[in-house]
Write a protein that binds this ligand. Structure first.
Ligand code: PLP
Length: 429
């Protein structure tokens, strides 16, 4: 017998491509077969990169040199200023590290910090697999529907108490993927008290902070400045997921972590693409056109999220209306008996039957750390033409609240997808 060529390290043997990418591929395959598919699986911004930022990329296409590992100085400065203005974060340029998407930076942070990963359930799909690759232990902390699926200070303390001297890395994400929910200042302050008491390092993943629908985002760094690393990027608020630009802001107390990260970055990705970094400076200048773009993005997402929350509640689901971002996390538990008659007992089976019978692609709650037999799913309400929607808003008063008619006009096919899903729920016997 000949020896195999490949010898995978144990930690990646059971890894599969990220669930969000897999659903996208499956939806594309169904489309290729001629089926109508609504892509509510992948969490990609529906909006275009703002015109001024695109123009800046064109102007800088000739930039070809390697840039400093931690990022272009002008960009680090612009990011620091942006967060100072918006979140009151008191940082210096040297506290910012720029990377090729925040996903990569989160991975490197997990790599350099010798700790257990602590994450609420549900959480974004990639935190736990990253820990798995690194053979890090993960503590999932349970949350409840009634708390908006949010981590509570008590639940965090219960985990920390079990081993008070264990170094921990907590990743808190809000507005949240997959739930669409955010944290109040009181809730953040209570979590900060526990984190400080147990010296927990928090990565505050605030990548949806700019698309908080009510414009009420508050950074964790305000409550726990010495122990919080703020993580964000261009992907979600600037329509630029494919540009791959993310960053972290470190406090002085965590300088050794930042230095170790920069060392790993220098041996791996080296630096983010130069034209992208030069162009990104424009995005963080807070010009009136960027402010208008954000204002209108929030108006559309807020009105659409509201309508979806109402429609799914009417269809009998347990659901919170999202407070930010572009996700909603309905629980089909009230329909459990009817679904059982159809042989559906898990969130994975539920998303399959929904895709087959309505054409709506979405992700099962199990991908986000929920129990397999719970009937939660994540819907990304991004299947619409964001360029057209923003153009329309540009033609009406910026204070007019959007009606259901506006939403229907602006956001097909998402509206059609939600109607189909709601009617499917209503027709179950
Ligand atoms: N954090 C959350 C919660 C996300 O939803 C995503 C992307 O889906 C990321 C981080 C990573 O974003 P990027 O690597 O594009 O900066």
């Amino acid at each position: 017998m000949t020896a195999p060529y490949t010898h995978l390290v144990p930690s990646v043997r059971s890894l599969r491509p990220s669930a969000t990418l897999a659903i996208n591929e499956r939806s594309n395959a169904l489309k290729d077969e001629g089926r109508e598919v609504f892509k509510l699986g992948l969490g990609q911004s529906p909006f275009p990169v703002p015109e001024t930022v695109r123009a800046s990329l064109e102007r800088h296409a000739g930039e070809k040199d390697y840039l400093p590992v931690r990022g272009l100085p002008a960009l680090r400065h612009a990011i620091k200023e942006w967060h100072h203005r918006r979140d009151g974060i008191d940082a210096m340029d040297r506290h910012v590290i720029v990377g090729p998407g925040s996903k990569e930076l989160l991975f490197i942070l997990q790599l350099v910090h010798d700790s257990r990963l602590t994450i609420p359930s549900p959480s974004w799909v990639s935190y736990a697999p990253q820990a798995q690759i690194l053979e890090k232990d993960v503590d999932w902390v349970e949350t409840q529907f009634d708390n908006g699926w949010n981590l509570t200070a008590e639940a965090l303390e219960n985990v920390c108490k079990q081993d008070p001297t264990q170094p921990r890395l907590l990743i808190l994400n809000y507005p949240n993927n997959p739930t669409g929910m955010s944290y109040s200042a009181d809730a953040l302050s209570a979590i900060a008290r526990v984190a400080r008491a147990y010296r927990v390092v928090i990565i505050s993943d605030e990548i949806y902070g700019e698309v908080d629908h009510g414009h009420g985002h508050t950074s964790m760094a305000e409550f726990y400045p010495e122990g919080t690393i703020v993580s964000s990027g261009l992907s979600k608020w600037c329509g630029a997921g494919g540009w791959r630009l993310g960053y972290c802001i470190f406090p002085d107390a965590l300088k050794p972590l930042a230095d170790a990260m920069a060392a790993v970055a220098s041996e791996t990705f080296t630096s983010v693409s130069a034209p992208i970094q030069y162009a990104a400076v424009e995005a963080f200048l807070d010009t009136p056109s960027i402010q208008q773009y954000l204002h209108n993005s929030r108006r559309i997402l807020g009105a659409l999220g509201n309508w979806i929350g109402q429609r799914l509640t009417q269809a009998g689901l347990r659901v919170h209306t999202p407070q930010g971002g572009f996700y909603i996390f309905p629980d089909f538990e009230p329909l459990r008996k009817k679904l059982a008659k159809r042989g559906v007992y898990t969130s994975a089976a539920l998303t399959e039957v929904i895709l087959d019978e309505t054409g709506v692609a979405c992700l099962p709650g199990v991908c986000f750390g929920r129990r397999a037999d719970e009937l939660t799913v994540r819907l990304s309400f991004v299947d619409f033409d964001g360029t057209r929607a923003l153009q329309y808003l540009g033609s009406i008063s910026s204070s007019k609240s959007l009606s259901q008619d506006d939403i229907q006009r602006l956001c097909p096919p998402t509206v059609t997808a939600i109607q189909r899903l709601a009617e499917w729920c209503e027709a179950l016997v």
